[in-house]
Design a binder for this molecule. Structure first.
Ligand SMILES: *Cc1c(COP(=O)(O)O)cnc(C)c1O
Length: 387
């Protein structure tokens, strides 16, 4: 199989791990490194820790100093290892290391861009589409994406603990027989213990009209060590689908490939969501590399999101025009499975709107003029009775 990771040389990798562990006053131990609880207890949180990990720029130093009270910073040792310490424009670094630009508020920036609070019948539940709900399980993540659409809740203690909310949520879902699909997100649901997750999924699947459970998680990217055979058994038991979150091919490390293999071998259907980010993945080759790497580990790219206009994320966003150009560079130019649906989560609560290239040039009297992936014109004629 083709190798798609950056730090492929095992000697270099363990040298870097040695440096990372030393920041925490420990030496590298492979078994400890592979323990997800050790990873969670040794996250990069404080500016002094980042100073030892990376050659910081002024904008990053000021970002780290300011962001502490705004939107928490945390990076797992696993993810920290992927950051190029000498390159401020490293695509991994841009996703998790704050910059002072986070203080800038652009016109149209919002704290709740998708209008989730408006469609929320109770804390931690968003009911926007008739047949499906979004359940916010936790308000913490393994690491914090600087472009988080839910930073108003996540990492701020913005949610009551789930055990206090779950009875009300289950009661609501029992009454709403039109809901057939529950998406657990957050915060990252896979940070729950196996037992608590099993319990929650069990309570949801016991509701007769709930037929589809899925979890949105960045744990396989930030903390692949969390994916254990025991966790996979819980997910399989409740027939859960997983939506993972990856933004760059460099995230598909050997550990991540192993986690995806465990999940896929365990029968868990895997999709992936990607946020289009300036300087991280806003060119065709970078997106192709990512989507191809995902297919190799049996993950189907599901959505490519235009970055939500969250306060303080202007420096990470691209234009919709750029997004459309990128999609034109993918559709037809590579495997159909490698092409996600490009969507804007319409600000103000409009839901996800697919953004598609103009492929119908003209459609009159049952005659469709089409533009194909290579830009050539073709036509299709409707059956006679519809003309
Ligand atoms: C994204 C989302 C869903 C799920 O949408 P799908 O297109 O079915 O994946 C459900 N509820 C809310 C509020 C969402 O934002």
């Amino acid at each position: 199989m083709k190798e798609n990771t950056v730090p492929a040389d095992p000697l270099k990798r363990s040298a870097r791990r040695e440096e990372i562990c030393r920041i925490f006053g420990e030496s590298y131990d492979r078994a400890r490194w592979n323990d997800w609880r050790w990873q969670m207890h040794h996250r990069f949180i404080k500016p002094e820790q980042f100073k030892q990990l990376l050659r910081l720029t002024g904008a990053e130093r000021r970002g780290l100093a300011m962001s502490q009270e705004k939107f928490a910073v945390a990076v797992t040792p696993h993810f920290a290892e992927l950051i190029d310490p000498n390159d401020p424009s490293c695509p991994i670094r841009l996703q998790v290391v704050p910059r002072e630009e986070e203080l800038l508020v652009g016109p149209g920036d919002m704290t709740d861009p998708c209008g989730e609070d408006h469609d929320s019948p109770m804390p931690g539940l968003v009911h926007r589409y008739p047949d499906r709900v979004l359940l916010l399980a936790l308000d913490t993540c393994a690491a914090y994406c600087r472009y988080c659409t839910r930073s108003r809740l996540v990492s701020q203690g913005g949610l009551d603990p789930l055990p206090r909310r779950v009875d009300a949520i289950v009661a609501y879902l029992e009454q709403h027989t039109e809901v057939r699909d529950v998406l657990l997100s957050g915060g990252d649901p896979l940070l729950m213990s196996d037992d608590r997750l099993d319990d929650l999924l069990g309570r949801l699947s016991a509701i007769p009209h709930i037929e589809f459970l899925r979890i949105g998680s960045r744990v396989p990217s930030f903390l692949p060590q969390r994916v254990t055979p025991e966790l996979v058994a819980v997910l399989r038991k409740h027939r859960v689908w997983l939506s993972l979150h990856f933004c760059h091919a460099r995230e598909i490390t050997p550990e991540v490939a192993r986690a995806c293999d465990l999940l896929a071998d365990g029968g868990i259907p895997l999709g992936s969501q990607t946020v289009l980010l300036r300087g991280v993945n806003d060119d065709v080759q970078t997106l192709k590399d990512l989507f191809h790497a995902l297919l190799r580990v049996r993950v189907r790219p599901y959505y490519l999101y235009q970055c939500d206009p969250v306060v303080g994320t202007g420096h990470l966003r691209t234009s919709v025009h750029r997004g459309m150009e990128l999609m034109n560079g993918l559709r037809g130019h590579t495997t159909g499975y490698a092409v996600p649906t490009y969507v804007i989560d319409a600000p103000g609560g409009g839901g996800k709107v697919p953004i598609q290239a103009e492929t119908i040039l003209d459609y009159q009297n049952g005659h469709v003029s089409l533009r194909n992936w290579a830009g050539q014109a073709y036509s299709y004629v409707d059956p006679a009775e519809h003309a």
